[in-house]
Design a protein around this ligand. Sequence first.
Ligand SMILES: Cc1ncc(COP(=O)(O)OP(=O)(O)O)c(N)n1
Ligand SMILES: Cc1nc(C(=O)O)sc1CCOP(=O)(O)O
Ligand SMILES: [Mg+2]
Length: 208
Amino acid sequence: MSDCRLYLITPPRIDLATFPAQLASALDAGDVACVQLRLKMVGDDDIRRAIDALRPIAQDRDVAFILNDRPDLAATGGCDGVHVGQEDTPYTQARKIMGRDAIVGVTCHDSRHLAMVAGEDGADYVAFGAFFDTATKEPKARAEPEILSWWQEMMEIPCVAIGGITVDNCAALVKAGADFLAVSGGVWNHADGPVAAVKAFNQRIAGR
Ligand SMILES: Cc1ncc(COP(=O)(O)OP(=O)(O)O)c(N)n1
Ligand SMILES: Cc1nc(C(=O)O)sc1CCOP(=O)(O)O
Ligand SMILES: [Mg+2]
């Protein structure tokens, strides 16, 4: 049985009239380690409103709530952590804003070098991707599962796999050593809905 866990990323656009209930059902469907609120091209007030609506849903279930891109809003909004990319607030600054105890994760694309740097700097996890085609964004790089195995052999810091991950293609990433599968479309766009998707991911992660 694998120690790998699901890392849920919100859809690119959310309706706060309906999405909180959808998120709650998805989190109640099986094991989810964390939720990342990822909203691009929206104003700070929209992000704050989304944090206020969604953070308690995750935290009440002992699911870590992580904000994408914005350590300033993550810290003031009571989030458990932040995810920063190579073009976002640099790790060291994000850590200063978030504090020692918060989760700070860093995008490393397909780069062993970037991952080593992030790990040495003190990142709580490194994220590799994109492993598959994705409609959610235009990824900067294509990663191969082997980078996860390489990382696992070298380092204790957890690694996250991201990009186009679905119930049907995730097994190779679990086998290669991903500690977390970061998934957006593979859950929210699943043919049978997000509840079925979370259940199915949990089964695949468990090797069933
Ligand atoms: C878990 C995780 N991994 C990678 C990313 C991508 O971050 P970034 O490269 O900054 O791109 P955007 O998501 O900001 O478009 C992520 N968000 N989460
Ligand atoms: C946000 C993100 N970052 C990526 C990277 O490669 O760094 S791929 C990606 C999209 C994740 O959504 P989906 O599960 O729908 O593919
Ligand atoms: Mg970013």
